[in-house]
Every structure is written in C-alpha cells, then in structure tokens.
Design a protein around this ligand. Sequence first.
Ligand SMILES: [Zn+2]
Length: 542
Amino acid sequence: MTLSLQGWHLDETAAQLTLEVTATRTRVRCPLCQTSTSRVHSWYTRTLTDLPWRPYTIRLHLRVRKFFCDQPICPRQLFTERLLTVAAPWARRTLRLAQRLRACGLALGGEMGARLGHRLGLPTSPDTLLRLVQEAPTPAATAPQVLGVDEWAWRRGQRYGTILVNLEDHQVLDLLPERSADLVAHWLTQHPTVPVVCRDRSALYADGIRRGAPHAVQVVDRFHLVKNLREAIEAFLHEQRPALQAAAASTAQALTRVAGSVAAPSMYRGRHRCSQVGQHRQEAAQQQRHAAWVATYEAIHTLRAQGTSVTAIAAQLGISRPTVRAYLRRTQPPSPRSPQRSGQVLRPYMTYLIQRWREGCTDSMQLWREMRALGYVHSARTVSRFITRLRQASAAGWAPETQASPYTRPQGPSARAVSFTWVCPETKRAQDAQLYVDQLLQAHPVIAQAYTLSQAFLALVRERRGADLAAWMTETSASGITALARFAQGLQEDLPAITAGLTLPWSNGAVEGHVNRLKLLKRQSYGRAGVGLLRQRLMQAG
Ligand SMILES: [Zn+2]
C-alpha cells in the first residue's frame, strides 16, 4: 500500500532479486508545518535489505523524493518524504527485517542470535545484532505506584548492581550498574511520584530511598525477613548438634513404624569397605578444610571487632557478603564434619531402589543394569554401597526408606537443612521432614520453644499481622535464646519498614524472578554483556 513496484531485476548467480520501488502517495505533509504539498524538488535512491524469499535475498532500490514546502512562512523549504513504516531514517534494512533480527538478539544475545539469524536466512554479525538491540527504544515507563528494589550480582560475591521492578505489573523498570544509595536516590528523584518502595533490609537502599523519595512508604520485603529468620534459626541449631543427631535415630524408628521394615535376605556376600589409604586421605582433606574455616572465622570476627564493614571484609577476604554474615552470626568456629557425598548421584533413583528392595530384589548388579536402562550413568559400586546400607538398616530393623532420608543419617541432618524445614509450611513438608521435627521438639524443650517462637513469626508474616510484631519481639528478646533474641532486637532498627512489610500486601517475589532471568541472560552472553545490553534484553524480551 505504501510502495509501488516500478521494475525488478533478478541476478541468478548472486541469488539476488532487486526491486525498484517508489512511494505511492503523491501529496505529502511537511513535517514541520503540516502543510500538504506535491511539488517534487529532486530524487535520490536508498538501498534497503528486506526479508529474503529463500533462496533469494531481496534488495529494495527505494526512490525517495525531496519536496518543496509551499507554506511561505515555514522555515523548512525542502524536506525528504518519510517512510516510517518501511524503514527508519538512515537504516540499511527494512523495518520488518530489523525487527526480526532484534528479536533474535533480545532472546539470545549477539553470538547465539547471529547463529539463529543465519539459519533463518537472515545473515548478520553479532555486533550488528547487539547494536540493533541497543538502539531499540525502551518502553515508556509509566510512573510506578509500587517499586521493588533489590540487588543482583554481576559476579557473585564481588560486584553487584541494582534492579528496579514495577510490583503492580511486574515489569522491569531499570537496571542500575551499581548497588549504591546514590543511584537509587537519583533514579527516584527522576520518578518523583512513587508512593511505595519495597526493599531488602540493607541500610544502603533505605538511605537511597529516604533521599530520593522522602515521602515514600518503605516496605521491607517479607522474603528477606523470612530469610533472616531462617539464618537465625540455623545459628541457633548449630549450637544444638547433639540434639540434631539424637533426633535422627528416633526419626529412623518413627519412619520404620510408618513404613514398615523388610527382613534382610540371609545370603549376603559382604564386600567393599573403604580402603585405609583412601580413608586417611579423606580425613586429611577434611582437616585442611576445617582449618581454613576456623581461620576465616577468626579473621572475620577480628576485622569486625576493629569496626570493618561487612562489605569491606568480603572484599578483603574475597568471599561473599552473605558468607561473611553467616560467619558473624556464629558464636564459635564451625565444627569439623565427616565428608559424605556419594548419595548425590544416586538420589533420583533411591525411591526406585527401595521399591525393588521391597519387592525382594537385592542383587546390586541386577539393580545396576535396571538403573542403566533408566538413564543412570554412574558406577555399579555406588549402587552396591547403597544396597549394603539397605542390608545393614534392615538387619537393625529399620525401614529401607530411612536410608534415603537426610533426616535419619547417623550424624543427623545439617543445621542448615533443619532451618529450611522449619520455615517451610507444614503442609509442604515431606513425611520424613515432619517426623524429624516432631522427634526433635518432643525431646528438647528449648528447641520446642525456639520452634514455637519462629512459627509465631512466620504466622505474622503469612497473616500479615504487623500490629502483633511488637509483642513477638518482646517475648523473643526475653526468651533466652540468643540467636532469635538477636534477630528480634535487629528488627528494632528498621521497625517502621518491617511493620509495613508485615501489614501491606507488597512483596519482592517478582523481583526475585527477574533476578533469576538476569542470571540466565548473563550466562548466555558469556559474562561479556554490559549493563546497557542486559538492561535492554531484560526490559524488552518480557
Ligand atoms: Zn513546512
């Protein structure tokens, strides 16, 4: 409708079809004064690449006209006709070709996008794709009513940026290259209408928001509150190792009562004990790891006592800020743990092995062959070791299911694993996890008390009862449970924003989703993408 075909030329050897085209309109409007005119001043030709008709590439020779403006008082005496639906001014591609290439670039980045372009018959270079992506207009951001602010990692533990998300429609509003109060303050002064800002618990963002949007209500994200509570629970449970271990044994018994045991088969060719040498080597490696943990613990606590900030400690020791905080929450260095990892490759198959065991199949070679048919690629020895464990459990009168559960290991589950179970809603807990919690609480009043307090906090979060927070803080501070009391006292520093977080419906869940997408985009560009490109891809590819 816009262009009319004047002639064409087919070059078979180059597989190229050239179309001579002109604009169809005879009258056009001056872009400045809007006066209509038909007086042509001159012509020139633009060459544009269009979508291919495979195997032919299509080239447009577009005759473009220059017109006189007939309005005497208009300062613009000559103007070039605009064909904005065909191609951007100065572009060498038609709009529809540029849009397809840009889509490749947005979805896959430069390298991979260019490769896909070649396969679609749209050959181009990675650099061209990246330029097209950079040039894409960013969607006009509407003034957000509820803003989510969080950090994202350029490189984990070393360099962070800031992501801003509209929490009403979940669109990314911007990506800032640093985790800095100044940048957040600056962004907010340019978007002065934002009434609510949701953030993590850092003083840094709190400060930036206060400066950039002094009247905005600050809301601490519930995700971060639950995360901090879980960390406090983990710190508390670290000091309860003997109890965690004891509960594992009673959980094995409870699980056996629920699942029922199976008698061990009488024929047993015992094999496979770890060689002495291998065992010594493992122990030496473990001692080295433990010595490193203790050294890190002491360095962090010393630096902190000298008044060094968490960020500075992290930079100095080359570890992440969350790791530094985890060490700071500890009141003593980590205890040595015995390494045991072999279960990882087997984990997806444990249910199957237990089912076969219950059916009476106890031959590990036979089971290994069956598992290979199911896609298992690891050694028969690992399977045989697990079958030995089932046999030993069976001889002790335990259900085979106990051997697939992290809650029944002889050394007990880690404090970290138990802390995650505590913050997980009861309805979503696995059976063995719930049995374990029951055993743990029955045996130890202090742990039961800590559990009750943490569940009460989670209920405040879930039911958004910000009004009851003060009472919870008073009770927990007086509980004598150091880690939880410290968590409760820490809430005091940021109380208005935390109360708002426990009262208002907003939460940074959408931000976490975008941070995860960002990780994927970074990986696709092999860590070479600048913030400009990441920003474009995140904001456009939605
Ligand atoms: Zn004019």
